[in-house]
Design a protein around this ligand. Sequence first.
Ligand code: NDP
Length: 451
Amino acid sequence: MSVIKDVIQKVKQMDPDQREFHQAVEEVMGTLEPTTKKHPEFVKANIYERIVEPERTIMFRVPWVDDKGNVKVNRGFRVQFNNAIGPFKGGLRLHPSVNLGIIKFLGFEQIFKNALTTLPMGGAKGGSDFDPKGKSDGEVMRFCQSFMRELFRYIGDDTDVPAGDIGVGGREIGYLYGYYKKIRNEHTGVLTGKGMSYGGSLIRPEATGYGTSYFAAEMLATRGLDFRGKIVAISGSGNVAQYAVEKVNQLGGKVISLCDSSATVIDEKGIDAKKCEYVLDLKNVRRGRITEYADKYKTVCYEGKNVWDVIREQGIKVDIALPCATQNELDGKNAAALLKNGCICVAEGANMPSTPEAIKIFQDKKILYGPGKAANAGGVATSGLEMSQNSLRLSWTREEVDNRLLLIMKSIHKNCADTAEAYGKKGDYVTGANIAGFTKVANAMLAYGVV
Ligand code: NDP
């Protein structure tokens, strides 16, 4: 059996219930076969088996008290996956679906994504099955403080630097950082996504959505195309989706969809800058549901359905798709419908939003397909820029950070495209991203010997 197949089988045998982690390992490992021939030294040092095993997995109890005085308990996670090229780095997710398998899939993806950013960051991820939806600010604060009461032991600005993800935005980072500062008595760059008045970076909130749009623009340019006049479907309505809408508008595209976990809205007239501002207020300040958008702008709304189901069922024409909600949101059936409706480009703002069946359809039909670890790397890249500014005790301007983000996304695109071509897979961004990210980390692991 090949080294790769052997590793995949072992991962499945060891943790049979971690489905999302298996999916991520198969997606990455499935493209690494050529590296075993080109780099026999990786095989000899057993890098393939070592890289799928986290450096450290931390699970802990998070007790907190709700507004009625009831004591609640959630489970906290931090998976420090790989720090070969820099301190552990990756977001925290607060969502009821969180379990060890999901955190491991996200942490594993993060290793390769961070390697692609050109910045020195290792891979990690964490979170909890706590659901911030419907909780008061006081409840979210007490949860975050309890979570940090345990997590603080394992993180540090040179050790592990968490950030936001689903359910963790500016409010949660504020509570987490405030508590860390209180118990450690230090003001350092230990978290990213901080507010501007206490060490945050301009453009960090925008970075993932902007970066995904920049990556899509780079892919389109390889075929002499751009966003102008294109119909763009975006899923989600959180941090990534909001700023993807903003940037697509700036680049001349027309965004026609958004969703949350309860409904999808389709706005054929386009979600312009003013409507986008409404969504930011709805989601980040009032913490309302996307159905309110449909009421306000008199658009159609499909309850209980995601964007890709609606596009398939209603036969809506789409040129470009940016899935920005969650993992496995876009399946094979909906991928086939997207292509039938004219889609030529898919760039993933979310992590692993396309199922393996959907990816196969995109690749077989040779449309432009940018996997999350490349297309959404702008978020963590700008977190890296926040770390740099914290170390320098300086703040860069919006233009400076945005320019750096754009250059990083161009460089990630080029690295993926060049690597794919070098391995005889021109246009295959999945292979390019996986091999480029893996090779960088594997070389560092090799240099350290067996540690
Ligand atoms: P948010 O919590 O801000 O937003 C997530 C959005 O997706 C919400 O609108 C949410 O709706 C919706 N959603 C979640 N689950 C489902 C579902 N099953 N069906 C339909 N809609 C759903 O998270 P982010 O925008 O930060 O993250 C989105 C994705 O991007 C995730 O995959 C994340 O890992 C990835 N990502 C985020 C980065 C960042 O910088 N924030 C960086 C790189 C990747 P509801 O509110 O109803 O749950």
